[in-house]
Ligand binder design. Sequence first.
Ligand SMILES: Cc1ncc(COP(=O)(O)O)c(C=O)c1O
Length: 382
Amino acid sequence: MSIYLDNGATSYPKPPEVVAAVTDALTNYPGSLGRSHSKTMSQLEHRLYDIRMAIANLFKMNNADHVVFTRNVTESLNLVIQGFLEPGDEVVISSLEHNAVVRPLEALKHLGVQTIIIPNDHHGQIDMEQLEKVLKTLPKLMVINHVSNVTGDIQNLEAVAELAAQYEVPLVVDAAQSAGILPVDMLALSLSAVAFTGHKTLMGPQGIGGLVLSKPFAKRLRPLVYGGTGSLSEYFEQPTLMPDKFESGTQNLPGILGLGAGIDFLRRITPEVILEHERKLISLLQAGVSNLSHIRIIGNPDSHKRLGVLSLDFSQDDNSRIAHALSKNYEIATRVGLHCAPLAHKSYGTFSSGTVRFSTSYFNTEEDILNTIKAINEIIKD
Ligand SMILES: Cc1ncc(COP(=O)(O)O)c(C=O)c1O
């Protein structure tokens, strides 16, 4: 018996159609996207357009050429941060950001880029009063995590976006944990960009992610990587046409086709059904452990205010011991520690011991959860 409850890190298993699409890419498409001329490669251009459009539609956009592929959300956020900020700029973030945001900003500190961190409460909600005070000073950019990867807490993105729009501060959303599962309307929220990764909620393979950009923001953004795009090759300068401006080098075709199949799966089952299933299982887990002593639930205790995540602090034990015992003795995969988000753990008061994070997917069953509850009970008695 092996139970996978680490879907917040990467979703597993992948739907069979994702595996088939990756195999198809490696088997049936010789050549390089946008470079090679053959019948198969031009058929592929149509599929590629459909995948870009499907991604745009996830965020209520209809501009396929403003969907840019990257390796993952980390690269997407680096593209935005390094491609937009200049010496002396100020940027606002929440205290729940992942190192994918914190580290690129830290690396720009020596250029005089200043980061202002707005605190969140213990339910993952940003302090709106403090945020407004800072937005009034007109920082150059705001980056915000939609859903905490530590707890699954859902940020009130609508309220944050309304405030950012009021002060005309460009807002970029890290949708690593929420893409495709929670509705995000980029136009209605006036978002400048949404950064996503393919291998979590979107059910695709590792190594593919991207950005959906608003037109004005794409114009103001510098590329992170320069090079061959298969277009306008006679010029030394990087093309400004989209998405080529940001897509230099040979693209990850197996990743893109796998991601396309993942999004097809998501649309077929529907985000509502997936979310309901994941939440039902996480509520069952929560109910099964909440009467145990010395276990703290981190984040909002109302599972309807979170995605399918339960983050536990075994306060009188060692969180690592619990996770290792789950893995070694019961083959239950979780994630323990700081989840690449030390800032968020500081915000929740769980730095530096971290938490044990359980995260469900559509493929988990009630039996998985009942076995996990039993395992936790046995481990804490040891
Ligand atoms: C909120 C958040 N941002 C960024 C990342 C980085 O994702 P990736 O490793 O796919 O770039 C993660 C992954 O754990 C995340 O949860």
